[in-house]
Design a protein around this ligand. Structure first.
Ligand SMILES: Cc1ncc(COP(=O)(O)O)c(C=O)c1O
Length: 405
């Protein structure tokens, strides 16, 4: 199905071959089985949308609408997406002997995670293009976000997640209107089932990177951080990488902003953080490979890290090398310690994946991979409230008081 022309989209392009695809349509992978990337008429955007125009706009990801793929007349499907705060963490930075540490708190978005960005754009496109039912394989947060935006848009939603996905997130997706299926397999196995269901039942498949518009939503992380930091990108970005949509999206945002003259040529070193119990991309980077082998024995409690394979592997690895970044892994023990230290020192409750990034940042400092004068931005991709927390609280006998504790 097609819609009226998009404002500034010229075409979509296969990320591997460069082959062109028509704008204003629903798309899946390219003919060569690779992700599609949306391309814009940036010269027209440069004239129509100077950076200064942002001053007048609402503090929301939709302030960059010209750089998003929605058809001109389409209404966005919105749940109130704010620009997420960037908060400094000076005490933990000092304790680690590192440079400035900034945390972008994505848990402030609707549905409590950064997955809202991708789904807000993908579901807005899906509704504009006539989708009636959608399916997604997910480590949790993308499913919860899809459920919410589908319900908002009047689209039926089906979520397939591994059966060890945190229960808060599973229940969130169900309460927000999805049919949720718990699969006794890993994320890519949920993906195979989702693909088969999409073919059999005509559901639209919103799998990570198999649908091109989620990247466009994630791209707004890159626009936002640039604008929030006065159009000066940080020296280093730590990103918890599963499928890699945000990683790829941010890099695309940096390129688009440079073409528009909004930023210069400087790029952050992009650090790919994964769990030592599931690190296909970091392993491929260490081995000098351009594609990543599947990680067969997934073992971590941080659900967002449980992506044994991603079809965007070559794109993440290209960015990692082009930015002179690095791959780094963290154990569950390091994640738990990082979460506790950040909570106690700064009052910030990181999600496990965000805590993984903070743990990785501390390790990188200790290993001499970062300089003391470098400004680092760490992505805290979800609210820590969505995950199981260690038991706490000291029992008190009301007739005795704290002496009984
Ligand atoms: C909280 C959190 N952080 C990070 C990730 C990984 O994100 P991406 O697939 O964009 O690499 C996920 C994915 O499920 C997640 O839920």
């Amino acid at each position: 199905m097609t819609s009226e022309p998009c404002s500034f989209v010229s075409h979509l392009e296969c990320s591997a071959t460069g082959e062109h695809y028509e704008a204003g349509r629903l798309h899946a992978l390219s003919r060569s089985g690779k992700p599609l990337l949306v391309r814009y008429r940036l010269d027209e955007i440069e004239r129509a949308f100077p950076r200064e125009a942002l001053r007048e706009r609402a503090w929301s990801m939709w302030r960059y609408r010209e750089l998003l793929p929605l058809p001109r007349a389409a209404e966005v499907v919105s749940l109130g997406e704010t620009v997420t705060p960037i908060v400094a963490a000076p005490r933990v930075a000092r304790a680690a002997g590192g440079g400035e540490l900034l945390i972008k708190q994505e848990g402030m978005l609707p549905t409590g995670s950064f997955k809202a960005r991708g789904q807000a754009v993908a579901i807005s496109m899906a509704r504009a293009l006539g989708v009636k039912a959608a399916v997604i394989p997910t480590a949790g947060n993308a499913g919860a976000a899809m459920a919410a935006y589908c319900s908002r848009a009047g689209i039926e939603s089906h979520v397939l997640c591994p059966d060890d996905t945190p229960q808060t997130i599973v229940r969130q997706a169900a309460l927000q209107g999805a049919s949720v299926y718990l699969v006794n397999g890993l994320l890519d196995e949920c993906g195979k089932l989702a693909g088969a269901l999409a073919r059999e039942r005509g559901w639209f498949d919103l799998s990570t990177l198999k649908e091109p518009y989620r990247i466009e939503g994630k791209k707004t992380m890159g626009f936002e951080l640039a604008e929030q930091l006065g159009w000066e990108l940080p020296d280093v970005i730590f990103y918890p990488t599963g499928g890699g949509t945000g990683y790829i999206g941010m890099w695309k945002a940096f390129d688009e902003m440079e073409s528009l003259g909004w930023i210069g040529r400087k790029r952050p070193r992009m650090v790919c953080v994964q769990s030592s119990g599931c690190a296909p991309l970091v392993r491929a980077w260490r081995e000098g490979q351009s594609h990543a082998r599947r990680w067969d024995e997934v073992e971590t409690y941080a659900s967002g890290f449980k992506a044994p394979a991603t079809i965007g592997d070559f794109l993440v690895l290209d960015i990692l090398r082009a930015s002179e970044g690095f791959g780094i892994t963290v154990s569950d023990e390091e994640i738990v310690a990082a979460q506790l230290d950040m909570g106690r020192a700064e009052g910030i409750l990181l999600c496990p994946e965000g805590a993984g990034c903070f743990a990785a940042w501390r390790k990188a400092i200790a290993a001499g991979q970062l300089r003391g004068d470098e400004r680092t931005l760490v992505f805290d991709t979800a609210s820590g409230l969505k995950y199981p927390m260690p038991a706490a609280g000291i029992a008190v006998d009301k007739s005795v008081g704290l002496a009984s504790a």
